[in-house]
Design a protein around this ligand. Structure first.
Ligand code: FAD
Length: 814
């Protein structure tokens, strides 16, 4: 049993100690620089509003678990959670629309929620000016968490199982040896440990520096103020509040009752980054200060006070009595940082977690430490999700500030970050700009979404293909033109941001065989589509592995998480070596029925179907450019991925472009790519399926070879192969060509939410929207009528046999 040290006895550290000891890890020591349990960290003063609904299914699950758990806790008979309900008020048409979308998220993730009119809002919150409100989203199970009590209650349970909590122990060093953590050093002595978890909240980067680990979070101050007593607000101290939590997101505000006063939180002010050196020293709390509480800056709050009075006119007779600028953590994408560092084995992060998600996040980390995998998919929170380019302090600061600004904004799922851009560009970037590319950002890369140069190809019917203004926001009729050009002619796709690795060495095959599900022992030149599973048989990711030589493979992966997962499992004897080549290389996808007509004349190599078969890889020349060609296609058309060094990328693009002129070749963007892959039924790992799904229910059983020998997840997946799936990732088409879906909408079976959409796009080939969705197996049969609820409106849809396009593979295999 490992010895565990947790740094930080805030809500996260306390929850984690409880969850670890509940799993039999009893040797747990929790160290805090402050007193217990009002340590002076963010949890010590958090007003404790819990709104569970989140665009992320994972975050919603974390919140639901936290609510369930806290509801069962008490501290000496005093509550830890009270379900007073949550009310999000809309004062603008845009917000009112967005609440309908949010209702959909709630229904997709199983949160009770309903839309209510202005009168009902005023009934729940009599101080509210109902003339100002268009309506609200009411969530009866949301409520108030008392973070201090919930923390202490969990700590007590942990202590009863053997955990030790020590106050006034400041961690000043992290001991390491041979790439492993060995313990921590405090101002009062050393604590050896096999596992160290930093649950240090916004102090995370300081602990990270001691450990040599990047902790990409930015401490920011956020204002919270208390009014003087307000007429009509009266709650006995023991319940604190009876009215629902209230959010006024159009003005970046939230409200809760504190007895006879109202607490107001504001995200409306300028981002206020905090330097750790400027927070009070531990021990300052003796004088009433808390390191996480900075002095209130009233001028920053003034506009919020005016907005508060406008919404709640009775406040005009009150005033702000006191306030503070409270410090907590913001990450580049607003999500937590969970998981073990690859830079230092045994060193874990559990940071940038709200009270709302604390117990759920702690359970995931505890399962991960004790059992090897969390039962909830955590890829959105994984510490390794960021690329190196996203770890610079300047990037973390820019993005953290933006996360703060956007906390309550209506954020479109495709909305790109504004800065820093451009950060990473492919060698084709200048040509893409010349073609009028509209770029979105992903992993720091500029990625063309469509090209205005294709305007002459747009047909009248493309103009109105996506009528819904929300869906149309990051859509263009050009997407239809590019999709059609790919299905009918040939298109060039910039695939450079797709991550690629070289895996080599005498143990390379054995290593990749152990990591993945498909048979990779093919002749050199063979390519395989295969899956990375976790130990529980859940789908982590998918990848394409090209065997280029006996001991040399090129592996295309979806994200940094895959790279780190593979690295973490490399054989200790050095028999397999992994090298990421993404940055120094580039890739063009040449796809469409005319792809061979374009590429063959440029090459002395035989690119016929007989000479260069489907799922084969070869080194060839395209004009002057040596390339590695892979005959694969994620859009479901004949063609190749062509890889070369970044130095010759422009030459490759220009050569293809010149040759394509006579064929009407176009450049096509990610939006067309996404639509075409859905038509062809190609899943997107992390979006369509996650570790919560096995390959069979995800429709990926074809990529599992149980008879090839052992691999990670084999035992679990063998069991899954024996049972009938209870749910299936299913293909839907929306019946009305004008209906839209974008992803995460609830799918109704017999009028009730029974599943949710994972990905969706308008299909130019079919003239309607295609969606993939998780459905109960009974509803997953082709022909079944279901409904997709979009902004509160059900749209008829039908389960379809998949793939919708080219099920015989005739377009690809020729
Ligand atoms: P903390 O509570 O900060 O705990 C970290 C601990 O680590 C501290 O006790 C600290 O003393 C200790 N530590 C740090 N460095 C060392 C060291 N070197 N040695 C030993 N110990 C160390 N969340 C919600 O869900 N709902 C809300 O309504 C809400 N409102 C908020 C309002 C404000 C004004 C603020 C500032 C935050 C709010 N939050 C809210 C966010 C929430 O408070 C935090 O996300 C959460 O409390 C973080 O918990 P934690 O345990 O990670 O961090």
């Amino acid at each position: 049993r490992p010895r565990v040290v947790i740094i930080g006895a805030g809500i996260v550290g306390c929850a984690l100690a409880d969850e670890l000891t509940a799993r039999g890890l009893h040797d747990v020591t929790v160290l805090d620089q402050g007193p217990l349990f009002a340590t002076g960290g963010s949890s010590s003063h958090a007003p404790g509003l819990v709104f569970a609904t989140n665009p992320s299914k994972t975050m919603t699950r974390f919140a639901k678990y936290t609510v369930d758990k806290f509801s069962r806790l008490d501290l000496d008979g005093r509550w830890c959670f009270r379900a007073v309900g949550g009310l999000e008020a809309a004062t603008t048409p845009q917000r009112w629309q967005d609440l309908k979308r949010k209702l959909g998220l709630a229904r997709s993730w199983g949160v009770r929620a309903e839309l209510v009119g202005p009168d009902e809002c005023a009934r729940m919150w009599p101080l509210l000016d109902s003339d100002r409100v268009l309506g609200g989203l009411f969530t009866p199970d949301d409520g108030l968490a008392n973070a201090l009590r919930a923390g202490e209650a969990q700590a007590r349970t942990a202590m009863a199982r053997g955990a030790v909590f020590l106050d006034h122990h400041t961690v000043v060093g992290v001991e390491r040896d041979g790439g492993r953590v060995r313990g921590v050093v405090t101002d009062r002595g050393a604590f050896p440990a096999d596992v160290v978890v930093s649950a240090a909240g916004f102090w995370g980067p300081a602990i990270g520096r001691m450990a040599g680990v990047d902790v990409p979070l930015l401490p920011l101050a956020h204002q919270y103020a208390f009014t003087a007593p307000v007429d009509g607000v009266e709650n006995p101290p023991e319940i604190e509040a009876r009215r629902p939590l209230l959010r006024h997101q159009d003005c970046d505000l939230y409200f809760r009752e504190h007895g006879d006063r109202i607490g107001i939180g504001s995200y409306a002010h300028r981002p206020m980054p905090v330097h750790l050196a400027d927070v009070a020293e531990p021990g300052a709390e003796a004088s009433g200060d808390m390191p996480s509480k900075l002095e209130f800056t009233p001028a920053d709050f003034d506009p919020s006070w005016r907005d508060s009075v406008e919404l709640l006119p009775a406040l005009a007779d009150s005033r702000i009595e006191e306030g503070f600028n409270g410090v907590f953590s913001f990450t580049p994408d607003g999500m937590p940082l969970l998981g073990e560092s690859r830079a230092l084995r045994g060193f874990w992060l559990a940071e940038a977690v709200w009270v709302t998600h604390s117990a759920g996040a702690a359970r995931a980390v505890a399962e991960w430490i004790a059992e090897g995998r969390p039962s909830t998919d955590v890829h959105e929170c994984d510490v390794h999700r960021f690329e190196d380019a996203q770890l610079s302090p300047a990037y973390v600061a820019d993005r953290g500030k933006q996360s703060f600004v956007e906390v309550y904004d209506v954020v479109h799922p495709a909305q790109p970050i504004e800065r820093p851009r451009p950060l990473r560009t492919s060698p084709f970037y200048p040509r893409e700009r010349d073609l009028g590319a509209f770029f979105l950002e992903g992993g720091g890369w500029e990625r063309p979404h469509w090209y205005t140069a294709n305007a002459p190809l747009v047909r009248p019917e493309d103009e109105g293909a996506v009528r819904d203004p929300w869906a149309a926001r990051y859509h263009s009729p050009l997407v239809c033109a590019e999709s059609r050009a790919t299905r009918e002619g040939v298109a060039l796709y910039d695939m450079t941001p797709l991550k690629r690795l070289e895996v080599s060495g005498p143990g390379a095959l054995a290593f990749l065989q152990r990591m993945t599900t498909n048979q990779l022992d093919r002749k050199p030149g063979g390519v395989a589509y295969t899956l990375l599973l976790d130990a529980g048989g859940g789908v982590r990711s998918d990848l394409t592995v090209a065997r280029l030589d006996e001991d040399f493979f090129q592996v295309a992966v979806s994200s940094n998480l895959d790279v780190e997962w593979l690295r973490a499992h490399l054989p200790a004897d050095g028999s397999a070596v992994l090298r990421e080549t993404t940055a120094g290389t580039c890739c063009v996808g040449v796809w469409g029925p005319l792809a061979r007509d374009l590429v063959q004349p440029l090459s002395g190599d035989d690119l016929s179907h007989e000479g260069f078969g489907f799922f084969k890889a070869r080194r060839v020349h395209i004009g002057h450019v040596p390339v590695l060609a892979l005959r694969v296609s994620y859009v479901g058309e004949l063609g190749w991925e062509l890889y070369t060094g970044a130095d010759m990328g422009l030459r490759l693009w220009d050569t293809l472009w010149e040759a394509g002129r006579g064929l009407g070749a176009v450049a096509a963007g990610r939006a067309a790519f996404n639509s075409l892959r859905l038509e062809k039924g190609y899943r997107l790992a992390g979006t369509d399926m996650t570790t919560e799904h096995d390959p069979y229910e995800a429709g990926l059983g074809f990529a599992v070879r149980l008879d090839k020998g052992d691999f990670i997840g084999r035992e679990a997946v063998a069991a899954a192969a024996e049972r009938e799936p209870r749910r299936r990732l299913s293909c839907l088409t929306l019946d009305d060509p004008q209906s839209t879906a974008m992803g995460r909408e609830p799918v109704l079976v017999d009028g009730e939410p029974a599943g949710y959409v994972t990905s969706a796009a308008y299909s130019t080939t079919l003239g309607r929207t295609v969606a993939y969705a998780w459905l109960p197996a009974g509803a997953a049969l082709p022909g079944t009528a279901v409904e997709v609820e979009y902004f509160g409106e059900p749209a008829a849809a039908t389960v379809a046999a998949e793939p919708l396009v080219d099920p015989q593979m005739a377009r690809i295999r020729r």
